[in-house]
Structures are given as structure tokens and as C-alpha cells.
Design a protein around this ligand. Structure first.
Ligand SMILES: Cc1cc2nc3c(=O)[nH]c(=O)nc-3n(C[C@H](O)[C@H](O)[C@H](O)COP(=O)(O)OP(=O)(O)OC[C@H]3O[C@@H](n4cnc5c(N)ncnc54)[C@H](O)[C@@H]3O)c2cc1C
Length: 584
């Protein structure tokens, strides 16, 4: 009876809570942050959704699912993971329960303890709100990801990171102190119970990067630090000695990052360190990609990119890349000396610490009723909104050992020197972006100090369609994944990248023992997570066009698009790579 009532209560709640779980008479569907296709282009149809507001309701929701023998996934309000870990089924089947933490976000349950310098937070609060609330109390998180629309639980679950080789490094999960997790339990225990995992234990090392397969996180406690300021300078240099410079930069500056414009033979260093509160400055960082854009503008930007891509207009892409790198120090590249006036007058930009952590903005357009009432083309959206015909990417983010980065840079230079214009497209979005991580004790974390290397490039909206510079993107992806045994970021990347995770993470077998202990029946697991964790199945699917969709590495022409002139060929520099290419 209790469960019938619960189901009724939570389904009523569905109409009250805005999130990416959409329900109608025929059932519910979990959308992803793009409001567009999941990586496998299959929808995520589910049976039921719950919106708990506190731990007791979360316990009830998990108990309901376990008792009724349904798969479970917990997701944040905006489900920003780009991979399918947030879906309880594989897409070829349907069903399962999604528990959204959209309403499990009460500010009043954020507790800062200044004697232990920790904060305890609910799992679903938006990161941007959390860091602002902490700033009001004079403390900050050590590291965050760059985007403020995620939840703290989602951020750590996929191994989210900022950037640093100092102290515990750039991984957000490195600063966790303890977590409370709702896990399945026996009938006698009411089908669900709460466990606490804390620093030093095996379960803690598993739970810090859990992919959501160990249970539902109901509280996270992070270490915090006293508020300081930060002083940031962007500086452009020739890439002749980038093989050494990337490391010196990270050793000398606490929050260093590199944007490598490989086609332009230049890189931008982010020279970013703490500064005392006494240093004057009210500066801040904004990230153009995260700002709101009118739907019509998002569409026209995408259409011009599509037009240039269709004819392989490298002149267009190279001039955009050249202009960006040549003007970054004069325009400020998104930094303002005065946040209020949005004014840039020169580096260094100095401001409060949290103003240089996660940034965002466009996510709020989806809950603004005035905006939602506008005609579709006038609405403000995120630039990646699929329904608005926004950007759509081939996205790669892979951590390789710091000792391999120099060789990786040499390989890319060799590829670039064969025809620099073919790398220009990469430099029009996020370039080859390098951030830093320390070796981790988290079982699904990096084994060694590492550089996370990330890029985004054009992807066709239509399934199985190649892009002109497909071979370049695939060769760099395979250099990172295979030649340098890189570990894919669990919240990004194309599905095939998740092959062989056991070789790339700290200790997969200990992670799997923790999973057997906390969720022996695998209620929080899906076919997809099982395939990634090597339990059964494979993240690779070989079928026509699979390499273009990121479902496989090609081994036959049909995995590319032979009818459009794209065949499976060896890489140009990494000869072991197999890429879809239109080279004659
Ligand atoms: C615009 C943008 C910028 C980004 N920038 C960065 C970046 O700078 N650095 C970086 O490392 N990553 C970045 N990411 C990736 C991001 O960190 C991950 O996708 C993150 O997992 C998203 O968190 P979320 O709160 O939206 O969680 P979701 O997408 O909802 O979930 C992610 C995973 O966490 C699990 N999960 C969520 N909540 C819980 C819970 N309460 N209990 C148990 N499991 C849970 C889910 O089941 C799922 O497996 C970015 C993503 C976007 C869209």
C-alpha cells in the first residue's frame, strides 16, 4: 500500500518539477543535456521517475525499485553526462526507474564546518549555487569542473575535474571526505539502507568515482579552503618547445591549463595562481560556450559551420583559428577585470577564487517562464540545444600519463606538418585543451599523474554521415586511447573509447568487489555500465557506419561510408590507427 501511495505521490510530483525527465500517458523518457540524441542515438525510455527531496524519500524510492525488481539510475536536474551512464536500460530495451535529484537540493542542508574545514552538501544542488553559497561563508571548493550546471554527486561520479598538478591535483573527487549512499538491502531491512563511506576505506576509493553503479548518493562532504583571490594571465607562445613547456607551466602555476592551437603553431597558457585577499581586483571569468544564445543565432551559427564543413573550407576554419589566437591577449579571452562592468583592461585579472571556478548561465533559460513563452526562434537556449539546431560535436577527452604527453605532442606536430590546414577545424572550438590530474587512489581514477587532453570537432546531425576532417579527429583519438593507453573521461567521449577500462584505471577489480558488496544484484547497473566495466557485453558495436558514430574503430570499409568516398585506412602518423578517410 505504501508503495502504491508513493508511486502516486511521485508521479504527481512529475508535473511540478522541471527536469529532463519527461512523462506522458505512454511512460517517461530521460532526455540528455543536448535535448538531442544519446551517443548511441537510442532514446532512454523508462517506466517511472521519482523526485525525492530528502534522504528519507530517496530511501523510499530505492526501496520501491528494489522491491519491484527494477533497474535504477540517479540523475541530476540537467543530466549533463554525455555518455549513457545515466540511463537504466540499453536503449534496445526499455524500463527501469530514474531518480532525479532535481529537488534534493535544499540550501538549508548545506553545512560548513570551519573547524574541520569541510562542507556537507545535498547531492542535487547546482554547482554554481553551491560555490556561491560557500563564498558567502568565506570558503571555496578546491577544484570544480568548468561548467556550473552539474550536481556535486554527478560531477564526482564520472570523475569530473578542473586542473592542477599541485597537492591532490585537479580531480574533484580527490577532495571528498565522506559520502552517504542509499544502497539496496534485504526485505528485512526494508529493501534499502544508508551506508556511510569515509576517507581511508576501500569502499570510499570505489565510491568517489562510482559511475552511479554503487547506489544513490544522498550526501557528500568535501574538504574546503579559506577564500583567497586568484590572479590569471593568458599568454601566447610559439609551440616549438611545447613538449617541455606544458609541464613547466603546471609545475610553476597551481591552476595551469594549455589551449594548443596546433594548426597555428601556438599555444595559450593559463597562468593561474592564488593571490592574497589584499590584492585589489574584482575580476571574473566567463566562458562564451556556456552563455545564453538566441535560438535563431544558434541555428545560423551551426548552418554556417555546416556550409564550410560540407566543402572542406579550411580557409574559413584557419582564419577563425588565427584570429582567435592572435586576439586572445587583447580581448581577454573571456576574462574581465571588473565583473560588474564586464570590462577587460589587461592581464593579470584578479578576483575572488570562486569567480574563476565553474561558470555557466544558459541552463537557467530552461526554467525561465518568460523565456519559455517566447516563439521558438526567439527563445534563449544553450548553444548546444539540438532542438534549436545548435552545435553538435565529435567530443574526445582522454587522460594520458604525464610522461607520454611530450611524445603525443610530437606525434600531433608530425600530423600537423603534413597539412596544417587539416587541423584548423579543431582550433575553432576548444583546440587541443590540456588540463592536469594527479595519480589517484580512487579505483576508477588515473593510475599516474596525467594530462587530460580534450577536443571537440564537428559532427553531422544525421546518423552515419562522415565529416571532412574525420580522419584527423579519429587519428588523434586513437593516439590518445591506444598508443598512449589513455583513460577516457566517463562523462564524455564516444562509446568505443570505453574498451579495456581495466587497463586504464587504478584498480577495476577492487571497484567490482565494492559493487558486489554494495549492490550484489546490480540494481544500479545497466547493460551499458556492465559492458564498460567488463562484466558482460562490449561497448563496441560493429555495424555499417559504426566508426562514424563512435561505436567502433573501423576494420572494413562498411564501418565508414564507402558510398560517400570514406574508406577505412591506416593513420598517417600512427600507422596502427584505423580511420575513416576520404584521402585518395
Ligand atoms: C557544458 C559541460 C561542461 C563540462 N565541463 C567539464 C569539465 O570542465 N570537467 C569535467 O571533468 N567534466 C566536465 N563536464 C562533464 C561533467 O562533469 C559530467 O558529465 C558530470 O557527470 C555531469 O554531472 P551531472 O550532475 O549533470 O550528472 P548526471 O549527468 O545526471 O549523472 C552523471 C553520472 O552520475 C550519476 N549520478 C548522478 N547523481 C547521482 C547520485 N546522487 N547518486 C549516484 N549517482 C549519481 C549518474 O547515474 C551518472 O552515472 C562538462 C559537461 C558539460 C555538459
Amino acid at each position: 500500500m505504501k508503495f502504491v501511495f508513493l508511486a502516486l505521490l511521485f508521479s504527481l510530483n512529475l508535473h511540478l518539477v522541471r527536469s529532463l525527465v519527461e512523462c506522458n500517458a505512454s511512460g517517461c523518457e530521460l532526455k540528455n543535456y543536448l535535448r538531442g540524441p544519446w551517443p548511441d542515438r537510442r532514446p532512454c525510455k523508462i517506466t517511472k521517475a521519482f523526485f525525492p527531496t530528502n534522504e528519507a524519500e530517496l530511501l523510499d524510492a530505492v526501496a520501491y525499485a528494489v522491491k519491484s525488481k527494477q533497474k535504477i539510475k540517479v540523475v541530476s536536474r540537467e543530466a549533463h553526462t554525455m555518455t549513457k551512464f545515466a540511463c537504466p536500460n540499453s536503449g534496445s530495451d526499455t524500463g527501469g526507474v530514474v531518480i532525479s535529484t532535481a529537488s534534493f537540493n535544499s540550501n538549508s542542508s548545506i553545512v560548513v564546518d570551519k573547524s574541520s574545514m569541510t562542507v556537507s552538501t545535498p547531492p542535487g544542488i547546482m554547482l554554481g549555487e553551491l560555490i556561491d553559497l560557500l563564498a558567502m561563508q568565506g570558503v571555496t571548493l578546491h577544484q570544480t569542473i568548468a561548467w556550473n550546471g552539474v550536481s556535486p554527486a554527478g560531477m564526482v561520479s564520472t570523475g569530473g575535474h578542473g586542473s592542477s598538478l599541485w597537492g591532490r591535483g585537479g580531480g574533484t573527487y580527490e577532495y571528498l571526505v565522506s559520502m552517504r549512499i542509499v544502497v539496496p538491502a534485504s526485505k528485512n531491512e526494508g529493501f534499502a539502507k544508508v551506508v556511510t563511506v569515509a576517507e581511508g576505506s576501500d569502499l570510499f576509493h570505489a565510491a568517489r568515482i562510482s559511475l552511479g553503479v554503487l547506489g544513490a548518493v544522498s550526501q557528500l562532504t568535501f574538504s574546503v579552503q579559506p577564500m583567497t583571490k586568484r590572479s590569471v594571465t593568458l599568454s601566447v607562445a610559439d609551440d616549438a618547445s611545447l613538449e617541455e613547456d606544458f609541464l613547466t607551466l603546471a609545475q610553476e602555476h597551481e591552476f595551469a591549463e594549455v589551449s594548443w592551437f596546433s594548426s597555428q603553431k601556438k599555444f595559450v597558457s593559463r597562468i593561474d595562481d592564488k593571490a592574497p585577499l589584499s590584492v585589489p581586483g574584482n575580476g571574473a571569468e566567463t566562458t562564451a560556450l556556456f552563455l545564453t544564445v538566441q535560438a535563431a543565432a544558434a541555428r545560423s551559427s551551426r548552418l554556417s559551420q555546416e556550409a564550410a564543413e560540407a566543402i572542406g573550407n579550411s580557409t574559413f576554419f584557419c582564419s577563425v583559428a588565427k584570429n582567435t589566437v592572435n586576439t586572445v591577449t587583447s580581448t581577454g579571452g573571456g576574462f574581465f577585470n571588473d565583473e560588474q562592468q564586464q570590462h577587460f583592461s589587461g592581464f593579470p585579472v584578479v578576483g575572488y577564487f570562486h569567480k574563476f571556478q565553474a561558470r555557466g548561465g544558459c541552463q537557467y533559460t530552461y526554467s525561465n517562464s518568460t523565456n519559455l513563452a517566447l516563439p521558438e526562434s526567439e527563445r534563449l537556449v544553450c548553444g548546444w540545444d539540438f532542438r534549436a539546431y545548435g552545435q553538435f560535436w565529435f567530443h574526445v577527452s582522454i587522460a594520458i600519463s604525464i610522461s607520454d604527453v611530450g611524445n603525443f605532442i610530437r606525434d600531433v606536430k608530425q600530423l600537423r606538418d603534413l597539412s596544417p590546414e587539416r587541423l584548423c577545424l579543431l582550433d575553432t572550438s576548444m583546440t587541443l585543451f590540456i588540463r592536469y590530474l594527479k595519480a589517484s587512489q580512487a579505483y576508477l581514477g588515473p593510475k599516474t599523474d596525467a594530462a587530460e587532453i580534450e577536443f571537440m570537432t564537428f559532427r553531422d546531425r544525421r546518423p552515419g554521415e562522415p565529416q571532412t576532417y574525420e580522419d584527423v579527429a579519429e587519428e588523434i583519438e586513437q593516439l590518445l586511447l591506444f598508443k598512449y593507453n589513455g583513460k577516457p573521461h566517463f562523462g564524455k567521449n564516444r562509446p568505443h573509447a570505453f574498451r579495456d577500462i581495466g587497463r586504464k584505471t587504478k584498480n577495476l577489480s577492487k571497484f567490482l568487489s565494492a559493487r558486489r558488496k554494495l549492490d550484489p544484484q546490480g540494481w544500479f547497473s545497466s547493460d551499458w555500465s556492465d559492458s564498460v566495466l567488463g562484466i558482460r557485453g562490449s561497448p563496441v558495436t560493429a555495424k555499417d557506419g559504426c566508426a562514424l558514430e563512435g561505436l567502433c574503430v573501423c576494420s572494413e570499409a562498411r564501418h565508414c561510408a564507402p558510398d560517400k568516398g570514406y574508406f577505412c585506412r591506416p593513420g598517417l602518423v600512427y600507422r596502427e590507427a584505423r580511420v575513416c578517410s576520404n584521402r585518395s
